[in-house]
Design a protein around this ligand. Sequence first.
Ligand code: ATP
Ligand code: MG
Length: 351
Amino acid sequence: MSDSKNIVLTGIRPTGALHIGHLVGALIANVEIQNQGDYARMYGMIADAQGLTDNFDNPDKVRENVMEVALDMLAVGYDPKKTTMFIQSEVAELTELTFYYMNLVTVARLQRNPTVKTEIAQKEKFNGGVPVGFFTYPISQAADITAFGANIVPVGQDQLPMIEQTAEIVNKFNNIYGETLVLPHAVVPKAQAAARLPGTDGNAKMSKSLNNCIYLKDSAEDIAAKVKTMFTDPNHLRVEDPGNTKDNPVFIYLSVFAKPEHFAAFLPEYANYEELAAHYERGGLGDVKVKKFLNSVLQETLEPIRARRESFVARPDDVMDILREGTKVARAAAAETVNHVKRAMKLNYFE
Ligand code: ATP
Ligand code: MG
């Protein structure tokens, strides 16, 4: 064990199975930190209560996906001996913190949160009005992060406004009630393509709710079929035409996933991504060939994850035990923070 003081938290909403956007946006960073050992504690939260804020009418969906997401986390290398995996709704202290933090955030500030704005605009079911629970979910996310004293939060780019909002809450709380909460820092992938991986349809974000995903649990056949029908450059009609790699998800995925060893194994005429992209841009390279290569790269990347997943699918009771034990640990840590918070707010009458 290192003498690191880092506390790391990742949160995933159980609103669907996880996809390759989650993998490169947040999951890989988490597993890397976990395996390098520079931390005091690591948490992997399944945010079911937050998932309900826009799926309150579909509790079965959220419940079923708790297991799916737990399997995906284990599949990519979350190690329950190192990372405390837990279920958000089982830690009641988080709602208590949310209630206190609500005093520290204005309605106008929430309305300005760009991620909340985008998400509200995308959700047709909110046309009749936005539920208060969804509108205030950045506050509950601040509770999730601060309850565990997390200073490192690996996330995709869309979550930056949430970490910013959490930092504001932390600063305001500490200013008013005295130094109590820890300031979090977001860890976002350096490459823009990984920080927000686009969808197979060319949409700016691969997202469970947009049906444009390659899932970690997709079979080899599913992956091949999805790659085959992926959006590319619509103006690249003939092989000899010059092509656009910038807004082309096939190339964006290759820039993230294709390693030199993939080129050596599957496309040795090119040494690396840059050579392949240059050929496409000058013309003379067909989409079929590039897609075939992308398929090989994704198969190679996802096959071991899928195999690991299968090993846990066969033991659902063990997975529930992991979550049960993790939740106990998380609850104890959050209870400690609530005690500090209440004492700071002078709500400790019976101490
Ligand atoms: P939902 O549509 O229900 O919000 P989601 O696909 O956005 O689902 P979340 O559970 O909200 O998934 O996000 C989990 C983590 O994955 C967050 O850190 C988020 O930033 C990251 N993430 C989600 N989609 C992408 C993507 N396309 N590229 C990179 N990171 C992503
Ligand atoms: Mg999301």
